[in-house]
Design a protein around this ligand. Structure first.
Ligand code: HEC
Ligand code: HEC
Length: 287
């Protein structure tokens, strides 16, 4: 066994350790993502607790599967002021649209909530696709803007609250694979689509944003009405994305950031080749 300590082992051994550590670092989730509550978009906690106890769109048991928030009338006036200052230049004062931005009438508070809470709006530069960025407004301001637009015209999709009692993560997995994975990939990491569009990562979307996206179909994403995906199915998908994709359970070791079989296989290959080299040297030495 004293041979094991010979200097020639140091090279493959250092390679092995180096590859393993580099692999884990490279594929670990970013610090910002890991430190955000629930791995999801952070919202301003203090304000939210005043506004609603279901800010992440998760309801207590006993409620309907998906219910929609009724926003207080007192939100409309401050929402109108925020809209005039931040949105009207493109969407018009009455939200009926201009050459720079589409008509928002009748889209509902949930559509406005999705675009504002994911940071897509207000648009900064007219790119092919409005991109997610840190939201400009806190939760209360976002709900005020949504209340104002909702007050101008009825209809559209409201801001959902999801009751997870009885939800099934395995049904969610099947539905996600069938309906979402083609664009967002099976790990939810997102992917390039045709014509310069891309399906974003699902790793920071809140439950509310997942259901809003599914029901409203932002940009190039198709919209799924209750005839395609029932409320119970939407709930199962939201559970799967929120619990499984965003918080994978890694039985038996490091998760490597849940980046999927290719990356994980690569790290396994490096570790395996390093180990084989060590064993090979050792056997050669003994002989
Ligand atoms: C610089 C111009 C601009 C500003 C400012 C702006 N928008 Fe937009 N908005 C757009 C454009 C362009 C689109 C279409 C983007 C797309 O489809 O990717 C859009 C899309 C939207 C949509 C989705 C419409 C649909 O049919 O699904 C909503 C909702 C929205 N904006 C709300 C807002 C709100 C609320 C604000 C203010 C906080 C705002 N926007 C500020 C230009 C703007
Ligand atoms: C045809 C491709 C396609 C399919 C299928 C699809 N999406 Fe999307 N999805 C997109 C695109 C494109 C966007 C970005 C839209 C934009 O920014 O204009 C998006 C955005 C989203 C977002 C917003 C993410 C964020 O944090 O900003 C969520 C959540 C989402 N999709 C969930 C789903 C779910 C759940 C399903 C299945 C029920 C699904 N998508 C099916 C293409 C798709």
């Amino acid at each position: 066994m004293r041979n094991v300590l010979r200097r020639r082992y140091l090279v493959p051994f250092a390679l092995l350790v180096g590859a393993g550590v580099a692999g884990m670092l490279a594929f670990a989730p970013s610090a910002a993502q890991a430190s955000a509550p629930n791995g999801a978009r952070a919202s301003s906690g203090a304000l939210v607790s005043q506004v609603s106890n279901t800010s992440q769109g998760i309801d207590k048991p006993g409620a309907p599967i998906i219910s929609y928030k009724t926003l207080p009338k007192s939100y409309i006036a401050p929402g109108e002021a925020l809209f005039a200052a931040n949105c009207a230049s493109c969407h018009g004062n009455d939200a009926a649209g201009t050459a720079l931005g589409p008509n928002l009438l009748g889209l509902g508070s949930g559509t406005v909530d999705f675009w504002v809470s994911t940071g897509r709006m207000p648009l900064e530069d007219a790119s092919a696709q409005a991109t997610e960025k840190p939201p400009k407004f806190n939760r209360l301001q976002t709900l005020e803007i949504a209340a104002y637009v909702q007050s101008l015209a009825p209809g559209g999709v409201g801001i959902p609250t999801v009751n997870f009692a009885g939800a099934s993560v395995s049904s969610g997995q099947v539905l996600f694979t069938l309906n979402c994975a083609a664009c967002h990939t099976i790990t939810g990491a997102g992917d390039e689509l045709a014509f310069g569009a891309y399906a974003p990562s699902l790793h920071i979307a809140t439950v509310q944003q997942i259901v809003e996206a599914l029901r409203t179909g932002p940009g190039d994403m198709p919209h799924f009405g209750p005839g395609n995906i029932t409320n119970a199915e939407a709930r199962d998908i939201a559970l799967y994305v929120h619990d499984y994709i965003q918080h994978p359970v890694n039985r038996g070791g490091f998760g490597l950031g849940g980046i999927g079989p290719v990356g994980e296989g690569f790290v396994a290959l490096l570790l395996g080749v390093g180990t084989l080299m060590l064993v090979g040297y050792w056997i050669g030495d003994r002989a």
